[in-house]
Design a binder for this molecule. Structure first.
Ligand code: URA
Length: 264
């Protein structure tokens, strides 16, 4: 017999253990924007709403509440990597959040993608372990079609260019992304020449969170999308260059704000 699965929604005042916030704290927000870096949450929140208010700072989870088009929108950092994204999605889902938009940084692997360019991922390779705790590896990590399409539509309305395609979410910044400038400069055989192989398969970029977000949200029946700013051009260099970060993130937040303002 198939067991009945029942989604858990917690009482309005209950603060969840890791994120440290309640449904009441987020004013019943159903949309969450998820950057990785706790230190950038205020900057991003104020781009959406200059009256954004801080809710909580707990572990890697820093939360601000914003209002966009009379709607409450939560901005909460997830920290780096898929395990902490999984905790964020579990707890925010229990608070009633339905739509998750990851915003962050990425390393592009196709020559045509420049520093500062924006990438909207339609799906992600599951080069990580977290998502397999939710679904077998055969299950695809795919973004929510409607949310992704509406972000693209919003970018078009604002004349902001996007690269759209599949990314790779890696558990590691160095070996999984075939970087040799780490402490040991050593990459396992299974990752040697992997960057070239991903390129040949037409994949666009490396980052560290999207595949868990996509997999968990589709398993939960929730919506997820991911839009990133390029801070490493891997066809030229392994290093990170954040000179175009602010301008890229401003564009990303405009796209999201326009999309939400139009009731999407
Ligand atoms: N984030 C990543 O995971 N990789 C990069 O190269 C840049 C940002």
């Amino acid at each position: 017999m198939i067991s009945q699965i029942k989604n858990k929604i917690v009482p309005k005042n209950e603060k969840l253990y890791h994120v440290g916030i309640s449904t009441k704290d987020i004013n019943c927000a159903e949309i969450a924007i998820l950057p990785g870096d706790p230190g950038r949450v205020q900057f991003l929140a104020e781009l959406l709403d200059k009256n954004a208010t801080k809710i909580k700072n707990n572990r890697e989870y820093t939360s601000y509440l914003t209002t966009v088009n009379n709607q409450s929108v939560l901005i909460m950092s997830t920290g780096m990597g898929c395990p902490s994204v999984a905790i964020a999605v579990e707890e925010l889902a229990m608070l009633g959040v339905k739509k998750f938009i990851r915003v962050g940084t990425t390393g592009a692997i196709q020559e045509k993608i420049e520093l500062g360019d924006l990438i909207l991922n339609s799906a992600a390779v599951r080069l990580e372990g977290t998502s397999s705790h939710y679904a077998p590896l055969e299950y695809p990590a795919v973004a929510d079609f409607a949310t992704t399409y509406l972000l693209k539509k919003s970018a078009d309305e604002l004349n902001i260019d996007l690269h759209i395609g599949i990314g790779i979410s890696s558990d590691t910044f160095w070996p999984g992304q075939e970087r040799y400038d780490g402490y040991r400069g050593f990459v396992l055989k299974k990752f040697k020449n992997s960057l070239k192989e991903w390129q040949s398969l037409g994949l666009l970029n490396f980052e560290m969170e999207a595949s868990a977000l996509f997999t968990i949200c589709s398993v939960f029946g929730l919506q997820a999308a991911c839009i990133c700013c390029t801070i490493a051009k891997r066809t030229k260099s392994e290093s990170v260059d954040k000179t175009k970060y602010n301008i890229g993130m401003e564009k990303i937040m405009k796209i999201i704000q326009n999309s939400i303002s139009n009731g999407r």
